[in-house]
Write a protein that binds this ligand. Structure first.
Ligand code: MSP
Length: 518
């Protein structure tokens, strides 16, 4: 039997505004994990897409004098463009307006009505329009929505409900038994805390009279499907459930649903129960990241403090932007975005540490050996600490990725880069070059630096794909170098006599940077 493919998903983004740094963050994380798994020789399926139904979208379309269907068609290209600019290699882009998805939602709902998991009742309570959520009097905070703190309206209406409570005990037990199910631990505890109270059944329809822009609720034409119930189903509809199950069988259960901390409840409570009711297995891991903040508030379009990732990429390069997002915060915590900080990291870590290491190596190789890799006995390489440390990078990065910690992986890689720059200072190749008797030492120094650069480039493929590819190519190595095991990685990559091309600086000085054309 072939190994199951690694299936990773992002949330589906609401198309009411263009994507911002928070959305870019999720996709960059998923992309880095996907690339790392591919690098390790695993087959990957990476799903992203857009959430296009619901009151929020209908309202903004109407405000702009457009039909929702036209509005969403205009918005989706902004997301696709963003992923292209950020070099996000997804396998499928799903839209909740796709016919296939709508068919899947309809079939699933019809079945859940049949099994008795969905029933009708009259509900009266408070309703938050921006969150599309019902709240009881007790749940309100100072009379406002407990999630977004906005005004709520009193509502009384007939609707269809999905039974949650019958699977509550199962869910609690599952979360308690499998520590990797909901991560990080802080969020797992939050969900267990939420599950201490009895679950209220979930209202999964909206009357057509109030909301037209949704998937028709097939069992009763007076209603459309609640946007969250519609959207969550994408994770299975995108891979052919229930009609065309070949891909589904190869991919389900999902390995990782990456989400922001604000949408964890829908993913960690409603979604596993929906799957249970459908007779399907739960996802292996639901991973919640924190928020990007600016001036103490969450970055969001509606608050008007959004920074445009496209601008940042044009100014600093796609690798620099990706590096900043992954390196600045530990996955799970909130981070503060500031362009000054991005510029500082660019200069210190990317230009001065990594860029400089490459430049020094390639320039000295040119100067002392005409750009050709020197021939050095393997035992002499083995005896050098920097060489041994470079060969350990696979193990270190794989261990960090296995616990979803890209920041730790980058830390380990950059520690070797720092060590390599110190190695240059200590070895002083420029002094060795003056003494013909020390030629073997000069050869060893440059051979070690070459291997260090090659291994750094190889392991950076998942994190700084553009820079890694450039370095590999300049060293005459394949532009994509997967490594199925540590064994493949922990050996020399460069053949003696191969010519290395120095090329342009990998991360030019900021004052020399011309914004890149789109
Ligand atoms: N459409 C729903 C998700 C449905 S998934 C079946 C939704 N969309 S959203 O566009 O509002 O948010 C999508 C994701 O962006 C969420 O994971 C959210 O946490 C994330 N972010 C939005 N602002 C953010 C920051 N400022 N920082 C980090 N991520 C944030 O919710």
């Amino acid at each position: 039997m072939t190994a199951k493919k690694f299936y990773i998903t992002t949330p589906l983004y609401y198309v009411n505004a263009k994507p911002h740094i928070g959305h870019a963050y999720t996709n960059v994380l998923c992309d880095a994990f996907s690339r790392f798994k591919r690098f390790q020789g695993q087959e990957v399926f990476f799903l992203t897409g857009t959430d296009e139904h619901g009151t929020k979208i209908e309202k903004i379309a109407r405000e702009q004098g457009k039909e929702p269907v036209d509005f969403v068609d205009e918005m989706v290209p902004h997301f696709k463009k963003m992923w292209e600019v950020l070099d996000i290699r997804y396998d499928k882009f799903i839209r909740t307006t796709d016919e296939e998805h709508k068919k899947s939602v309809t079939a699933i709902l019809q079945n859940l009505v049949k099994t008795g998991d969905i029933y009708q009742k009259t509900y009266s309570g408070w309703y938050c329009t921006p969150c599309e959520s019902f709240w009881t009097e007790l749940q309100l905070k100072e009379g406002k929505c407990p999630d977004c703190h906005r005004e709520v309206q009193q509502l009384e209406e007939k609707n269809y409900f999905f039974k949650l409570s019958q699977h509550q005990a199962w869910l609690v037990k599952t979360i308690q038994e499998d520590k990797s199910f909901i991560q990080p631990e802080m969020r797992r505890n939050e969900i267990l805390g939420f599950l201490r109270e009895p679950l209220e059944d979930l209202c999964i329809t909206r009357p057509k009279a109030r909301l037209n822009w949704g998937i028709p609720f097939a069992p009763d034409p007076e209603f459309v499907v609640y946007v969250w119930f519609d959207a969550l189903i994408n994770y299975v509809s995108a891979i052919g459930y229930p009609e065309n199950k070949t891909l589904f069988d190869a991919l389900w259960p999902a390995d990782v649903h990456m989400v922001g901390k604000d949408i964890l409840r829908q993913h960690a409570v409603y979604w596993p129960i929906m799957l249970k009711a459908m007779g399907l297995g739960r996802p292996r891991t639901i991973l919640a990241h924190g928020w990007w903040m600016m001036s103490g508030t969450k970055v969001s379009k509606s608050r008007g403090n959004a920074v445009d990732p496209l601008e940042l990429v044009r100014k600093y390069s796609v690798d620099a932007f990706r590096y900043f997002l992954m390196n600045e915060v530990t996955l799970g915590s909130d981070g503060t975005f500031s362009e000054d900080l991005l510029a500082e990291r660019y200069t210190t870590q990317l230009a001065n540490d990594l860029g400089n290491l490459w430049f020094r190596y390639a320039s000295m190789l040119d100067k002392y050996f005409g750009g050709l890799v020197p021939d050095v006995a393997p035992e002499r390489l083995d005896a050098t600490e920097l060489y041994r440390r470079s060969l350990c990078l696979y193990e270190a990065a794989a261990a960090a990725v296995a616990v979803f910690d890209p920041r730790l992986a980058l830390d380990k890689i950059f520690a070797v880069i720092t060590l390599a720059n110190q190695f240059v200072e200590n070895q002083k190749p420029w002094a060795l070059a003056k003494d013909p008797a020390r030629k073997p030492d000069l050869e060893l120094t440059l051979a070690v630096l070459g291997e260090c650069n090659a291994h750094v480039a190889c392991i950076l493929q998942a994190f700084l794909p553009v820079c890694a590819k450039a370095m590999l190519e300049r060293m005459g190595l394949p532009a994509w170098m997967p490594m199925v095991s540590n064994e493949n990685f922990s050996k020399s990559f460069l053949r003696p006599g191969v010519r290395i091309t120095r090329g342009e600086p990998l991360f030019p000085k900021l004052e020399d940077l011309k914004p890149q054309a789109e």
